[in-house]
Design a protein around this ligand. Sequence first.
Ligand code: PLP
Ligand code: TYF
Length: 400
Amino acid sequence: RFEGVSMAPADPILGVSEAFKRDNSDMKLNLGVGAYRTEELQPYVLEVVKKAEKKMLEAGENKEYLPIEGLAAFNKATAELLLGADNPVIKQQRVATVQGLSGTGSLRLGAAFIQRYFPGVKVLISSPTWGNHKNILNDAGVPWSEYRYFDPKTVGLDFEGMIADIKDAPNGSIILLHGCAHNPTGIDPTPEQWEKIADVCQEKDHMPFFDVAYQGFASGSLDDDASSVRRFVARGIELFVAQSYSKNLGLYAERIGAINVVVSSPEVATKVKSQLKRLARPMYSNPPVHGARIVANVVGDPTMFDEWRAEMQAMAGRIKTVRQRLYDELSTKDKSSKDWSFVLKQIGMFSFTGLNKAQSDNMTDKWHVYMTKDGRISLAGLNLAKCAFLADAIIDSFYN
Ligand code: PLP
Ligand code: TYF
C-alpha cells in the first residue's frame, strides 16, 4: 500500500538543523533556523516566562479544553498588543481574533478563510519571502504570485518594482506583507514607503495580509514594530494579521499566536470569527492552553510586561552587537573595495549576505557554517567570538 510513497524533500530551513546535527566538526556553526541563542550559543528561556509558569503552577490551573477560538484573556491581550489598547477598532469591536497554532497555524487559518470566502483571489507574496508562505498557500488551495522586493544590485528594496507589481495585480488582490523585519532579507520599507503601499492598496481595493512574527524583536519596541499594521488600520483598510510569539517571547515550541481580521463593523467581526472557528474545528478542534496563559499573564501584569520588554531589548541588542562586529570583521579582512554596509542596514534576526547557492554550499562544505541556500544567515545563532571566523568563511566563499 505505501510502497508508492516517494521521499519528501527536506525543508529548506528546518532541514539545515538536521544536517548540522549530523556534522561532527568542532568548527560547526548553525546559522540556519531563526532561533535566538545566548552569547554561549545556547537556547534561551526568558526569565519572565519562567516567572509566569511558576505563577501558573501555583494557581493550580486545570487542563480543560479551551473554546475553539482560544483563551479569551490571550485573545484580548494579543489584539491590544498588536493594535494598541486604545485603537478605535478595538473599542468599536471591529477585530475578529482567534488563537492560532503560532504564526504558521494562524497564517494557515487565514489562508483557509481566503480559500473559502474569496475563492480564486490571488495572494501576492514578496520575492523572496519566508519559504513556508508558498507551502501554506499551496496546501490551502490559494493561488499566489510574486511581487518584486529584493534588488541584488543595491542589496536593498526594489521599491519601484514592488509598487509596479502591486499596481499590476487585479483589483481586490490580497497582498502578503511582513509587518517588520522581513524574512529573509532583513529589509523593510521606510514609513514613507509604507504610506505609498497603503495608497496603492486603497486605489486598487487590495487587502493586506500582514505576517507579524517579530513584533518587538526588530527595533526592541513593540509599538514601533507594529506601526506598519496600525498605519493601514488607521486608514480604515480591512486586513488580516497573523501573529507569533515564537521569537519575541521565545515560545517556539508552545505554538502560540493568533489570526486577527480587522473589518468594517462589529456585526461583520462576529460573523468572521464564527467562520474562523468553523475552519479550526475540523482541523485541530481547539488550541493548546499553556502558551496562551503565559502570554496573557505577561501582557496582563505591568511588572512582568516591563521585564519582558527589557529581556526582548537585550535579545535584540545582542543581535545588533554581533551584526556590527560581523560588519567590522568583513570590512577589515576584505582588502577589496566591496561595500559590506548592507549588513548594518538590515534589521531583525537575519542577514541576507548575497551569497549564491554555490557560495552557500562552500560555507557549509568547507567551513561547516550551516545556512539556507538563499544566502541567509541567522545572526541570532552567532556570537562575538565567532565573528572573525564567519567573516573569513564569507570572504572565502564570496571570492572563490
Ligand atoms: N512568518 C515568518 C516571516 C517567520 O519568520 C516565521 C518564523 O518565525 C513565522 C511566520 C512563523 O513561525 P511560528 O510558526 O514558529 O510562529
Ligand atoms: O525562517 C526561520 O528560520 C524562522 C523559523 O517551518 C522557522 O522563521 C523556519 C521554518 C519553519 C518554521 C519556523
